[in-house]
Design a protein around this ligand. Structure first.
Ligand code: AMP
Length: 172
């Protein structure tokens, strides 16, 4: 795990002053480390009968698609407003200033399916919290876990995710 941690680069003051951005592009550029990352998630879920891995726009898509392939599961895109072509369900969430929203196709799942949600970084938890609500309030499915490559602990994202099962591969 230390090698994976070392392959995530901190970029200070991006995209705004005061933000320490976790740049995963060096990790993605390494075949062995990307494989190790996906293998670790796949090992965790090998007996979990996951039907669909949900990726959150945009870097979550990278992990969701590779993990879905490894688990022989489907993959599903949760996107920012206006990006999905078919009819959508939408869930809004609060930002520091204003609101944002996530959307999903209304036919994304079949009843009873077991769903795994994945994203690269758990920061304030707003995005993934809205994603979990979006899925739970519109579909009769089981959200098995919320998974992340890494968590920025001091932002206390977990406080917004009470009752959710959370797994992060590495911590800040
Ligand atoms: P949040 O809703 O605050 O948990 O933010 C989560 C989303 O924003 C994830 O999709 C991350 O990709 C992205 N994000 C938030 N903060 C950072 C950060 N410091 N470095 C990299 N990505 C971040």
């Amino acid at each position: 795990m230390q090698q994976i941690r070392d392959a995530i680069r901190n970029i200070s003051d991006f995209p705004k002053p005061g933000i320490d951005f976790k740049d995963i592009t060096p990790l993605l550029a390494s075949g062995p480390l990307f494989k190790k990352t996906i293998d670790a998630f796949a090992e965790r879920h090998k007996d979990n009968r996951i039907d669909v891995v949900v990726g959150i726009e945009a870097r979550g898509f990278i992990f969701a698609s590779a993990l879905a392939y490894a688990l022989e599961a489907g993959t599903c895109l949760v996107r920012k407003p206006g990006k999905l072509p078919h009819t959508v369900h939408r869930e809004s969430y609060e930002l520091e200033y204003g609101t944002d929203a996530v959307e999903i196709h209304l036919d994304a799942f079949e009843p009873g399916q077991r769903i795994l949600i994945i994203d690269d970084v758990l920061a304030t938890g707003g995005t993934v919290g809205a994603t979990a609500r979006l899925i739970r309030s519109n579909f009769d499915v089981e959200v098995v876990e919320l998974n992340f490559l890494m968590e920025i602990g001091f932002l206390n994202g977990r406080e917004k995710l009470v009752g959710e099962k959370i797994f992060t591969l590495i911590n800040d």
